[in-house]
Design a protein around this ligand. Structure first.
Ligand code: ZN
Length: 117
C-alpha cells in the first residue's frame, strides 16, 4: 500500500474514532467499559415508564454499536502502526483498495468478514 493512500485512510479512521468518542461521551457512556453513567435526555423520574425503557434500550444498542466500531478503529490504527493494515487478519490476503476506501475500518477481506458474521 502506498504511503499516500495509507495516510488518507488513517485520517479517515482517526476522524471516525474521534466522532465515536464524542458520541459516546455525549451519551454519558464510557467508551471502553460497559459502564453507562447516565443516559442523556432521560429523566430518572420516568425511568420506569415504557417509553423511557424503549428509548433507553435504543440508546444502549446505539452505544454498543459505537463501542464495536471504536474497537475496530483502534485495531485498524494498531495495524497501520505495525504495517499489517490492508492485509486480512484471518487469511493474510491483501484487502482490495476499493474495500478499504469504502470501509477504512476493515481488517478482514470480504470472504473472511462474511464467514465471521
Ligand atoms: Zn481473509
Amino acid at each position: 500500500m502506498n504511503a499516500e493512500l495509507l495516510n488518507r485512510l488513517r485520517k479517515e479512521v482517526e476522524t471516525e474514532r474521534e466522532n465515536l468518542l464524542a458520541e459516546l461521551e455525549q451519551l454519558g457512556a464510557d467508551p471502553y467499559s460497559e459502564k453507562v453513567s447516565r443516559i442523556a435526555g432521560i429523566d430518572d423520574n420516568f425511568a420506569d415508564s415504557a417509553a423511557a425503557t424503549a428509548e433507553r434500550s435504543e440508546q444502549l444498542a446505539f452505544i454498543e454499536g459505537a463501542r464495536d466500531r471504536l474497537a475496530e478503529a483502534d485495531v485498524a490504527l494498531a495495524r497501520m502502526d505495525s504495517g499489517e493494515y490492508g492485509v486480512c487478519a484471518d487469511c493474510g490476503q491483501e484487502i482490495p483498495t476499493a474495500r478499504l476506501e469504502a470501509r477504512p475500518l476493515s481488517i478482514l477481506c470480504v470472504n473472511c468478514a462474511a464467514k465471521r458474521s
